[in-house]
Write a protein that binds this ligand. Structure first.
Ligand SMILES: NC(=O)C1=CN([C@@H]2O[C@H](COP(=O)(O)OP(=O)(O)OC[C@H]3O[C@@H](n4cnc5c(N)ncnc54)[C@H](O)[C@@H]3O)[C@@H](O)[C@H]2O)[C@@H](O)CC1
Ligand SMILES: [K+]
Length: 500
């Protein structure tokens, strides 16, 4: 797992790296500019496209000057524009300006917007302000950014779009550069992973600038992002003499007469993730569908939506409840009965979350280390309305501690909150997965890992990461516009196999 950094921690990592490697800060800037330029050249190999690099006079602007020099040397047609709205400049900016001049590269400086010339370039590199941003843009900066946005050119931002905060709540009123691509240093900024960033980032890439990883990983921060190796390390190989009893028995309490699909998807995903035995607690009307679609699964029937009184709860290692369950009074009884009968961790999804939201007294019965998997609407229903995603991060961290549960806030980059206060982002997935039933599949996967004996936190990490990875691979292999839940769940065994 990789730590994510706040702007302040990035500065500490820069400082430590510079001291530790006995280098000059301008050398680190050169590395950053080189890494940016390499990524830029891969994305925009056409050297006939003209480029204008807009630079501030801090270190982000310093990066811009070094990038302009490197791209010029690589054969691009580069123009440099310096916004000198204050008398201040950083020493590495000054150093890079001298290097730029020594190469004979022409640059323009403007002190007020009125001095700006018409812009002809087809690509604009935004190196105005970076992580040094300390207040929303106003005055000349605001006008400049609005003008750049109005040009409708391809904009590539250095480290972060100018005006966008790396962390903290984003206001809809903040004006930022709207970038096609943002090439960020060492780590994605935390706010890149939240939907608020869609306003100014179409796509981002992260480049390694050689900051000290030991230092970064030792920093104390709740924010992290999952990696392939953090998943592989957690997956357990199957032992030679293992049998179905080794891999647990899961119970999926799901489905309604008209929503049997959710139960089927969840149960099949559970089975395909490797549980020894999967039983589906479904409405009696769904038995034929279950037998046809998943002959490997067993059924425990709910007549008139009531769980039979003699259900042997103790034989299950993990339970999922919610997909397609409905929110009727009978469904509430099903939830209540489950909460009163099973004290091991439970995976709560969909209608089980909605029922918890409308019956707060039931929340107290949620077993410790259970996993709740709300999407944003369910999250807000359960924990109250939020006006931005940063607030949801704070609520998620607080509630996971308070309830002693793992909360997975599902999104493009799903966010996992743990009882220890961690806030872990999942990088895998694709917008092609935004289709009905995906959440049911995820719930089945988490429950399966739980039943197989994984710790709840690990079960959540594994399921979320592999679920996204499988979707990503399916969509890229088949160049698919959409990946359906049914096709994804068929691919789970291979997706796990590839990671182990
Ligand atoms: N050694 C380092 O610290 C490195 C820094 N790097 C670059 O440096 C950037 C951070 O540079 P700086 O900390 O110099 O800051 P910036 O270049 O982001 O901003 C410059 C200055 O602008 C002022 N400012 C902030 N918000 C403003 C606003 N809303 N309106 C007007 N002025 C405002 C502040 O005084 C700030 O220090 C990173 O984003 C990255 O691009 C990279 O070169 C890698 C190494
Ligand atoms: K920038």
């Amino acid at each position: 797992m990789l730590n994510l950094l706040t702007s302040d921690q990035s500065r500490q990592a820069d400082k430590y790296t510079i001291q530790h490697l006995s280098m000059q800060s301008i050398d680190l800037m050169e590395r950053a500019a080189l890494a940016f330029s390499e990524a830029f050249i891969k994305n925009y190999p056409d050297k006939m496209r003209s480029i204008a690099v807009y630079c501030g006079t801090g270190n982000n602007g310093g990066d811009g000057l070094a990038i302009a020099r490197l791209l010029y040397r690589a054969g691009y047609r580069v123009d440099v524009k310096i916004a000198r709205f204050s008398g201040k400049s950083s020493s590495d900016f000054d150093g890079n300006l001298a290097r730029l001049m020594s190469q004979g590269i022409i640059f323009d400086e403007f002190r007020k917007i009125a001095d700006l010339r018409e812009e002809q370039a087809s690509i604009i590199i935004d190196a105005l302000l970076g992580t040094g941003l300390n207040k929303p843009l106003d005055g000349e900066w605001l006008t400049l950014v609005e003008w750049l946005n109005s040009l409708g050119r391809t904009v590539v931002s250095v480290d972060i779009p100018t005006g966008f905060k790396a962390e903290g709540p984003i206001s809809k009123h903040d004006v930022t550069v709207k970038s096609e691509l943002t090439i960020s240093f060492q780590r994605p900024k935390i706010n890149f992973l939240l939907p608020d960033s869609a306003l100014c980032i179409k796509r981002f890439e992260v480049v390694d600038i050689g900051l000290d990883e030991g230092f970064i990983q030792a920093l104390s921060t709740p924010y992290a992002i999952l990696t392939d190796s953090s998943i592989t390390r957690r997956l357990k190989k199957r032992k030679p003499f293992s049998h179905k009893g080794t891999f647990g028995h899961a119970l999926i309490v799901a489905g309604g007469i008209q929503t049997m699909g959710a139960a089927l998807l969840c149960a099949e995903a559970c089975l395909n993730t490797g549980t020894g035995l999967t039983t589906a607690s479904i409405p009696s009307e769904g038995l034929t569908a279950l037998n046809i679609r998943i002959p490997e699964a067993m059924a425990s029937l709910r007549y008139k939506n009531v769980i039979p009184a003699d259900l042997a709860w103790e034989k299950y290692n993990a339970i999922a409840i919610g997909p397609g369950l409905g929110v009727s009074d009978e469904s509430k009884l099903v939830l209540k009965q489950t909460l009163n009968s099973f004290r091991k961790p439970i995976v709560f999804d969909a209608d089980a979350i909605n029922l918890l939201a409308s019956n707060p007294d039931l929340v107290n019965l949620v077993p410790k280390l259970s996993v709740l998997t709300p999407h944003v609407k369910e999250f807000d229903r359960l924990f109250g309305e939020h006006s931005n995603w940063w607030e949801r991060l704070e609520t998620g961290m607080n509630k996971a501690k308070e309830l002693d549960c793992i909360i997975i806030l599902k999104n493009r980059y799903s966010i996992l909150f743990t009882p220890e206060g961690k806030c872990v982002f999942n990088p895998t997935g694709t917008p092609a997965m935004s289709s009905g039933g995906m959440g049911d599949v995820l719930t089945g996967m988490i429950t399966s890992f739980l039943a197989q004996g994984y710790k709840p936190e690990d079960a959540a990490y594994l399921a979320v990461f592999i679920h996204g990875k499988a979707g990503q691979e399916l969509s890229s292999q088949n160049r698919a516009y959409v990946v359906t839940a049914g096709s994804l769940l068929k691919d789970i065994p291979q997706a796990i196999g590839k990671m182990i």
